[in-house]
Design a protein around this ligand. Sequence first.
Ligand SMILES: Cc1cc2nc3c(=O)[nH]c(=O)nc-3n(C[C@H](O)[C@H](O)[C@H](O)COP(=O)(O)OP(=O)(O)OC[C@H]3O[C@@H](n4cnc5c(N)ncnc54)[C@H](O)[C@@H]3O)c2cc1C
Length: 477
Amino acid sequence: VSDHDAVVIGAGSAGLTVAVGLAGLGRRVALVESGAVGGDCTNTGCIPSKTLIHLAGRPDPPGDGSSVPHGAAVLAQVRRRRDELARRERVEIPAVEGIELVEGTAVVSGTGPGIVDVTGDDGTIRSIRAPHVVIATGARPRRLPIDGLPDELALTNETVFEQRDLPRHLVVVGGGAVGIELACAVHRLGSRVTVVTRGASILSAQDRTATAVLTAAVRSRGIDVRTGVTPTRFVMHTGALELSDGSAVAGVDRVLVAVGRSPRVEGLGLEGLDVEVTTSGITTDDVGGTGVPGLWAVGDVTAHSQTTHGANAYGRRVVQAIAFPRLPAGRRPVVPTAVFSDPEVASVGLDVAEIERRWPASARRRIEIDLTTVDRAFTDDVTHGVVIVDAERFTGRILRATIVGPHASESIGIVTLAVQRRVSLHRLYRLVHPYPTYASALGKAADEFARQTLPHLPREGAAWCRSRLPVMLRRYR
Ligand SMILES: Cc1cc2nc3c(=O)[nH]c(=O)nc-3n(C[C@H](O)[C@H](O)[C@H](O)COP(=O)(O)OP(=O)(O)OC[C@H]3O[C@@H](n4cnc5c(N)ncnc54)[C@H](O)[C@@H]3O)c2cc1C
């Protein structure tokens, strides 16, 4: 048994944040990894997908001067760039003072508190003891077996970047972020693409107006989007993918299954412990505590986050809770979402459902700015885009904002700051944006709110009092 201050299981975005954070504070950390350092983000997620999106959008696609088809050259370039970063991380992480990288599969041991058993490739078992054990084992793609579809034609994010050529006709099953991003990129490279989703729309967790704009944009480019259906059977000799509504998609040569992700909790030895595990992952408090003293969980293995920046934000809270247990944790981080589709979709704030539950319609204002009305969209030939802000009436508190359009993932930073610091639309109204930018649509939204509010302050104030005061009084009673 070797002693450390903490054992971190998993060297993905979450585990790396915690391990590097603790090591930077002088703690000795054993970082256990059963696969590749960098986890999903570096190897099968953010990095290869964003490289693919970038290369697909370049006017001068990479070529090696040979007769390799364009799509195959792009995929090879994606792998090269991904591997370069993976190699760098594999060298840099074990070199961080205080981190010992332990290669093998970890199990939280039943032999005593804070003991983790690591089985190496050669079958040897090493026990590591520490007062803190952090589970950061991530998630894996959810499976959806399709009758008749051979394994080699069924792709996930773990295999799609390993393809040697582009599909002629790709069906993406699943309308979430992973599916839509890859659908847009592969289509841009010249493949035919059909998206099949069980939901009523693609990106169904997003605002309905935003998803309608995105759907119109991708359809206008030639991506076939079919909603409210699931695949039922694949007919190999015709390449027909039959759907639950009786229709079929013809001439399919590969299917990307992107129907969500399952937390990696099995085999971790949690069964005997008082840890709650649901289909969304390990239940934790706001700082990653599982309820078992000294046992923490963070990243995709929890219900709190499904993104690298979320894993980073919550990972920093775990570091603080371990290193400075008496320091107040502060409010939960405001974590924006970003989908790197074409156009991008980004949002921040409360869930649509929570807003509808807590603010009656009479207590809020919805401002929608058609992005094509800003001059930058005119100069750049942008045909689809919208900025939607849901705000509390009278006070202008931003409840949620969604942006569909170029660089939405960057513009959302302004609103994230506003939501986090409670900067109202009244104050955003005074913010000066450079001209011509997409972010100036946020200024237009603030202008519109002011136009609807300032001339009618008594009416707006009375409406706010009627709808919000009872709620606030109830809270303080
Ligand atoms: C295609 C795709 C694109 C994405 N794009 C983005 C994006 O643009 N932006 C963004 O913010 N997020 C993106 N994400 C999500 C992001 O990749 C994940 O949220 C993030 O990687 C989660 O980090 P994690 O550390 O929780 O898990 P992981 O990265 O999965 O890391 C977990 C690690 O734990 C290891 N492990 C598991 N079990 C054990 C064990 N028993 N013992 C030892 N090691 C173990 C695994 O091998 C793995 O390396 C994308 C995801 C996908 C699939």
